[in-house]
Design a protein around this ligand. Structure first.
Ligand SMILES: C[S@@+](CC[C@H](N)C(=O)[O-])C[C@H]1O[C@@H](n2cnc3c(N)ncnc32)[C@H](O)[C@@H]1O
Length: 212
């Protein structure tokens, strides 16, 4: 379920949920940032993770909490900006499907577009996560972020490496442009020839502590 105005899970959401579940060990401390309906966090909790979910939207926080209850798992649901409510904690897995659609004008502070509009280059939230999430990873911990290949994968890999993480692309799902990206082509925010994109799960791993 989701309360009105909360982002309804799409293929990106299920792809991230699947990749997260491949990496969550029972008891792992998991953060789902930009949780929306809680789809990723609930999947991680069902896989045995101890999950905290954060979203800036009150309705999303309530939806994530309710969906956990409906699935018979516990998710700590907190309202706040990206990772701000949990900056004093460490996590084994941090996952996020942030807004990443290029958009003219300032970032929305309310309304449905807050779930997808992400600045002129689509990287406003992604780049903040790449700066703010790595310090919260425990040794051996994983950061898993959704983005489109249209935002460029190399800048993300570079930022992951600059944060001291081993970086790669964990999953790549090519397909036709979705309606939002198509609209941005029509608005001239993306090259007119683009009619396909790939959804990527970008992965950064903090090296484990050495044992010698
Ligand atoms: C693309 S939706 C993803 C929702 C869900 N994780 C999924 O995969 O279906 C992005 C979510 O980010 C939230 N969001 C936007 N800006 C945020 C911010 N600064 N801090 C926390 N959450 C934010 C929106 O409210 C929305 O729920």
């Amino acid at each position: 379920m989701k309360l009105p105005g909360v982002f309804a899970p799409i293929s990106d959401s299920w792809l991230l949920a699947r990749v997260v579940c491949e990496h969550v060990m029972p008891g792992a401390r998991v953060l789902d940032a930009c949780t929306g309906s809680g789809v990723v966090g609930v999947a991680a909790a069902r896989a045995g993770g101890r999950v905290t979910a954060v979203d800036v939207s009150r309705r999303a926080v309530a939806s994530a909490w309710l969906n956990a209850r409906l699935n018979g798992v516990r998710v700590e649901a907190l309202r706040g900006d990206l990772v701000a409510p949990v900056v004093d904690r460490a996590f084994d897995v941090i996952a996020s499907n942030p807004p990443y659609v290029p958009a003219a004008g300032p970032l929305p502070t309310a309304g449905p577009a807050r779930a997808w509009d992400a600045g002129r280059d689509g990287r406003a939230l992604l780049d903040r996560l790449l700066a703010e999430a790595p310090p919260l990873l425990a040794p051996g911990g994983l950061l898993l972020l959704v983005q489109s290949d249209l935002l460029g994968e190399e800048p993300t890999l570079e930022r992951l490496r600059a944060a001291g993480l081993d970086a790669d692309v964990a999953a790549r799902e090519p397909g036709p442009l979705g309606p939002l990206m198509r609209a941005r082509v029509e608005e001239g925010l993306l090259d007119p020839g683009i009619d396909r994109e790939a959804v990527l799960i970008m992965r950064g791993r903090r090296p484990s502590l050495s044992t010698n």
